[in-house]
Design a protein around this ligand. Structure first.
Ligand SMILES: Cc1cc2nc3c(=O)[nH]c(=O)nc-3n(C[C@H](O)[C@H](O)[C@H](O)COP(=O)(O)OP(=O)(O)OC[C@H]3O[C@@H](n4cnc5c(N)ncnc54)[C@H](O)[C@@H]3O)c2cc1C
Length: 552
């Protein structure tokens, strides 16, 4: 840790010194706008306007200021580490980010990388959008705000050290829960979690769903993130006041107040092009204008699509495939980019309403049901959300307001896909192939989810709202109709994980196998999907990772 970090060009002989490199970059028109602007530290994090403002030395470089990267920056900064956080996107100024019900408008905005999958044979050849946050805050900036841990049994299938009992202290440490602290919930963490059990302005359709699910025989739970994580309950969202609590506001802005001065620098709007690997060690990260070398580990937090992409660009991955693209192998890790898992949702079981459906002030899904698994103690396969908006896939057909929709989700899909390099160009988008519905069992679970949603939709508590079931409607009467409907209505829930998973690509301390000085910390290391949305799991994993990094 005593080698001075350096800023050099890509020249393996050592290249230019930092000052010369910046001068050369400016002369070549490569300088960032605002190069002469002084560094800005209003939030406790010093926001750099250019490379010229880099400190002389850093302990860690974090690649990606998303859900995980912001957690690491906060905890390492608090521990006195000198941290450089590099993010391809900028700090968002879009008002819609803060407004919870406006979240759908953020997809395909400037804050979205706008990836998409290859044509999916299981979905009639459709390509599926794969939104990923491109901003300080990452996908937590554009996500649907639901903040749920899911069932303990899903974590208990993970490797030792990462099971539910191992993560529970970190779930608690991360949050300030609106219902107050207890053995399950945290009361003083950076991230505010609002249970809609604690508000009075829930949409009435969500109240009807609560009652209808109970009439259909499902139990209720007072806290879906507490001791009882199955049954029907109120949604829980990362909201502080009435505004989105994303990773940047929760974990970076809170560094402004605290016991000690922190040394966290943020370099936003700069895309990392690869990692400098030499003789089995990661020395630094490659930027358009040169290389930054920390004294300690590089922490890769670029998410489930871009972390494996950056590893492969740097020679870490399936050696034969990389060689075919002209990339020299640093270590043969065939599992990099493999084992891509993603939740599926089905949009949806749709009802024309008899009257106007009041809008949600939250994320449009004020109540939801985790269907208890047939095997006691096992994690649920199926989640059903009640949406107070006319949300169906365009491939399903038209649906006009007033309407509400019940959306079954498959929480434990068997289909596995991959993220691969399209070329050795560091800016080329990865090939994303989740192979949705490639396992027949996934279709069967979604069919069961539709049956459950229809049963709830037909319950008495909805009589006052239901005019008629629009979808699936008559399509549900034959096997062929059912399968056709599922293929047309299925979409991604946007929870890709597993492409650098613990055990295969990184060890239990999240160190990349065969490469010193490099850890991956983000959704890509999750060894399986949690039985819920996955932002809470990513946050807890990053909380635990920060302790591992500090421990050395
Ligand atoms: C539309 C949508 C809705 C969702 N809804 C929910 C929900 O309601 N609840 C839930 O729990 N989860 C939800 N998710 C998923 C959840 O937000 C993600 O799983 C989680 O944020 C992933 O965190 P991460 O740290 O792995 O990656 P990210 O938060 O995506 O962070 C990765 C960061 O790395 C940056 N980056 C990538 N490549 C580079 C590079 N080369 N150089 C520099 N920076 C780079 C990116 O710009 C990004 O900021 C949703 C996701 C989406 C897209």
């Amino acid at each position: 840790m005593n080698e001075t970090p350096s800023f050099t060009d890509d020249d393996p002989r050592g290249g230019l010194k930092r000052r010369e490199a910046i001068g050369a970059a400016m002369a070549g028109g490569l300088a960032l706008s605002g190069l002469s602007t002084p560094a800005h530290a209003a939030s406790g994090v010093r926001t750099l306007a250019s490379h010229g403002q880099l400190r002389a030395a850093y302990d860690h470089v974090i690649v990606g200021a998303g859900s995980a990267g912001c957690v690491l920056a906060h905890r390492l900064g608090r521990a006195g580490r000198r941290v450089l956080l590099i993010e391809a996107g900028m700090r968002s100024t879009l008002p819609a980010v803060a407004i919870p019900p406006a979240w759908p408008s953020l997809q395909e905005s400037a804050l979205d990388w706008r990836y998409e999958t290859t044509p999916q044979p299981g979905l009639d050849g459709r390509t599926i959008t794969c939104p990923r946050g491109k901003a300080v805050g990452g996908s937590s900036i554009i996500n649907a705000l639901a903040y749920q841990r899911g069932h303990a049994a899903a974590y208990d299938r993970w490797p030792a050290g990462w099971r539910h009992a191992d993560l529970l202290p970190y779930f608690r440490r991360a949050e300030t829960f609106s219902g107050g602290a207890n053995a399950w919930r945290g009361g003083s963490g950076p991230l505010h979690v609002l249970s809609l059990a604690d508000v009075a302005d829930r949409t009435p359709v969500a109240e009807a769903f609560m009652a209808a699910a109970q009439q259909s025989g499902f139990p209720t739970t007072p806290d879906v993130g507490g001791e009882l994580t199955t049954g029907v309950g109120w949604n829980q969202l990362s909201i502080a006041g009435h505004a989105r609590a994303d990773a940047a506001t929760a974990y970076l802005d809170s560094l402004a107040s605290g016991p000690a001065e922190v040394q966290v620098d943020l370099l936003a709007g700069v895309q990392v092009l690869g990692l400098e690997i030499e003789r089995g060690r990661c020395l630094g990260v490659r930027l358009p204008e040169g290389v930054v070398r920390p004294e300690g580990d590089v922490l890769l937090c670029a998410g489930a699509i871009d972390s494996p992409r950056l590893l492969m660009l740097s020679g870490i991955g399936p050696a034969d495939e990389l060689r075919a693209l002209g990339i020299a192998s640093a270590v043969n890790l065939p599992d990099v980019g493999r084992h891509l898992e993603d939740h599926l949702l089905l949009a949806g079981v749709a009802y024309q309403a008899r009257r106007e459906v009041p809008a949600s002030r939250y994320n449009h899904a004020d109540s939801l049901l985790y269907v208890p698994h047939a095997t006691p103690g096992e994690s649920p396969d199926i989640l059903v959300m009640c949406l107070s908006v006319p949300f169906v896939r365009p491939t399903v057909g038209p649906l006009s307001a007033p309407a509400y929709v019940l959306v079954p989700c498959h929480l434990r899909p068997r289909s596995r896909g991959s993220v691969r390099l399209a070329s050795s160009d560091p800016r080329a988008v990865a090939i994303i192939d989740p192979r949705y519905l490639s396992e027949p069992d996934d279709l069967a679970v979604l069919a069961k989810g539709v049956e459950i949603a229809r049963e709830i939709g037909a319950a008495r508590a909805f009589d006052d709202w239901r005019s008629k079931e629009v979808y699936p409607g008559p399509a549900w009467t034959t096997d062929a109709g059912r399968h056709d409907f599922i293929r047309r209505a299925t979409d991604s829930f946007h929870h890709p994980v597993g492409t650098c998973r613990i055990g295969a690509v990184v060890d239990e301390r999240l160190c990349v196998k065969g490469i010193a000085g490099l850890r991956v910390v983000d959704a890509s290391v999750l060894p399986g999907l949690p039985a819920s949305m996955c932002n809470a799991a990513v946050t807890a994993v990053a909380e635990k990772a920060s302790d591992l990094v500090i421990a050395g």
